[in-house]
Design a protein around this ligand. Structure first.
Ligand code: MN
Length: 429
C-alpha cells in the first residue's frame, strides 16, 4: 500500500516580532510562502497567496500537463490577488511574498516556485535542492562571480529578484517529479536554509523520526543558530509499506544545484522551466514602460528594480524582512543635504540600489544634533508622500527657527539619477 503523508510547522524565530511566513498542508497540495511588507502586510501577502492553492486540493486531473497548468494558474492567480490588494489598500503597498507549492497527482509531484523559499528532495540518501533561488546572489553564482559558500554569507543573500505581488507580470518556475517510495520532499522558507546547512537538514530528513519530530528538530536547529528570521517547513513523505523498511540512518550525500549540470539528474527528475506570463529569465526581464531606463544603472539594475527585495537581518530599522526596491523610499543625506531616495539603502559592489527622488533644502547643520546620526543612517518611508511628511517632521536645531522649516516644506524634484551638483537648489517645485 502506498500513501503520502505531509505535515508543516512555522515558528517566529528569535529575532522577529511577528511571523510573516505562512504554509498550507492539505490532502493533495502543500505550500510555503514568506511574506514581506510593513506592519501586517507581509502576513496578509503570504496567507492570501495560499488561497488559490487551497482551492486545488482534491481536484482530479486527466493528465500531468493539466495538473501542472492548474498549479501554474493558481500561482498566477495568487500574484494577481496580491497585486490587486496592494494597489487597493495603501497600507499594503510594497507587500509581496515568495511562494513554493507542490501538487500531488497520482505518483507525480508538480512543483511551482517564485522567490527564495525552497523545495528539496531526499531520495536514496541524496539530498538535492529542486528549486533555483530567485535571488541576486544566485545570479552572481550563475555568473561565476561568487561561490555558493560566499553566497551563504553574502550580506545581500536575501535580496530576491522575483516575488508574488510585485508586478502583474510573473514568471513561475515549474517542474514535475516522478515520485519513488520513501521519497521525502521538503518545502521551507529561508529562515531555515539561511542559518542551517543542507547537511544538517538532510540528516534530519534521513532519520526514521516521524514528521512532527523532524519538523521540531528543524525549527530547533534554526533557533539554536540564532533564529534570525521566521522559520517554516513542510515535509511530505511518500510511503510504500510494501517495500522493505529502511534500515536505520543512512549516509547522506548533498547534491548542490551546481552538481546537477551535465549529469542525468535533470532527466531523472524533470527540470524546471519558466512558464509564467512574463517570459524570460531574470536578466532579460524588463521594467514596465513607465520607467525611464536612463534612470537606472544599466540592464542588471533595471531588472532588479522591478522585484528586488532585501533582508536586513542586522537591524529592526526596516521592521524586518525584505524590501522591494522599486516601491521603497528612504530619507538620508547626500553630502550635507537631506534627500529622499528611491530604492534601498544598500550598495551591491559597483551597483547603487538607490537614486535621488527629491531633495529638500534642509542641510545637516539645520537638523537637531541628536537626530543627525539617524539621518546619516537613513530611514525608510512607505511612499513618496510619507517621505515628504517625514522630512517635514525632522527635528530642527533650536536656533534655526522657521527658515529651516520652510526649507523642509519645499522639495525640489530631481528626476535624474545623476547627482545634482547644485546641492542647495533654488527651492522651486
Ligand atoms: Mn524569510
Amino acid at each position: 500500500m502506498r500513501r503520502f503523508i505531509a505535515a508543516g510547522t512555522s515558528d517566529v524565530g528569535r529575532v522577529r516580532e511577528g511571523n510573516e511566513d505562512a504554509y498550507l498542508v492539505a490532502d493533495s497540495v502543500v505550500a510555503v510562502a514568506d511574506g514581506m511588507g510593513g506592519h501586517l502586510a507581509g502576513e496578509v501577502a503570504s496567507s492570501t497567496a495560499l488561497e488559490p492553492l487551497r482551492e486545488l486540493d482534491g481536484r482530479i486531473f486527466p493528465d500531468a500537463g493539466e495538473a501542472l497548468a492548474a498549479l501554474r494558474d493558481a500561482v498566477v492567480a495568487a500574484n494577481e490577488t496580491v497585486v490587486q490588494m496592494a494597489a487597493d489598500e495603501p497600507s499594503y503597498r510594497g507587500m509581496g511574498t515568495t511562494l513554493t507549492a507542490a501538487l500531488l497527482e497520482g505518483r507525480r509531484l508538480h512543483v511551482a516556485h517564485v522567490g527564495d523559499s525552497r523545495a528539496y528532495l531526499f531520495r536514496d540518501g541524496t539530498f538535492s535542492q529542486l528549486t533555483d533561488d530567485h535571488t541576486f546572489v544566485q545570479h552572481l553564482i550563475d555568473e561565476g562571480q561568487i561561490t555558493r559558500e560566499e553566497a551563504a554569507k553574502h550580506p545581500q543573500r536575501s535580496m530576491i529578484t522575483r516575488a508574488i505581488g510585485v508586478s502583474e507580470e510573473i514568471d513561475v518556475d515549474a517542474m514535475t517529479l516522478e515520485l519513488q517510495p520513501d521519497d521525502v520532499v521538503l518545502l521551507c522558507s529561508d529562515g531555515l536554509t539561511g542559518p542551517v546547512s543542507d547537511q544538517a537538514i538532510a540528516e534530519v530528513l534521513g532519520s526514521d523520526d516521524d514528521l512532527d519530530t523532524s519538523l521540531d528538530r528543524l525549527i530547533e536547529m534554526a533557533n539554536e543558530a540564532g533564529g534570525p528570521d521566521n522559520i517554516t517547513a513542510v515535509i511530505l513523505r511518500f510511503e510504500d509499506s510494501d517495500a522493505e523498511a529502511t534500515q536505520g540512518p543512512r549516509p547522506v550525500a548533498i547534491q548542490t544545484r551546481d552538481d546537477r549540470g551535465g549529469d542525468d539528474w535533470a532527466n531523472r527528475l524533470g527540470s524546471f522551466g519558466s512558464i509564467g506570463s512574463g517570459g524570460g529569465s531574470f536578466i532579460s526581464q524588463q521594467s514596465s514602460d513607465r520607467d525611464d531606463p536612463a534612470r537606472f544603472g544599466g540592464l542588471v539594475l533595471r531588472s532588479l528594480a522591478i522585484v528586488v527585495g532585501i533582508a536586513l537581518l542586522a537591524g529592526g530599522l526596516y521592521g524586518g524582512g525584505r524590501f522591494l526596491l522599486a516601491q521603497s523610499y528612504f530619507i538620508s543625506l547626500e553630502e550635507e543635504q537631506v534627500v529622499i531616495f528611491q530604492g534601498i539603502d544598500a550598495d551591491l559592489g559597483p551597483l547603487s540600489l538607490s537614486w535621488v527622488s527629491e531633495r529638500s533644502e534642509l542641510m545637516i547643520d539645520d537638523v537637531a544634533p541628536y537626530y543627525r546620526p539617524t539621518l546619516e543612517e537613513g530611514f525608510p518611508a512607505a511612499d513618496i508622500n510619507d517621505a515628504r511628511r517625514l522630512v517635514r517632521g525632522i527635528p530642527l536645531r533650536e536656533d534655526q527657527g522657521e527658515d529651516a522649516e520652510d526649507a523642509a516644506d519645499e522639495l525640489d524634484t530631481d528626476d535624474g539619477a545623476t547627482p545634482d551638483e547644485d546641492a542647495t537648489g533654488d527651492g522651486t517645485p
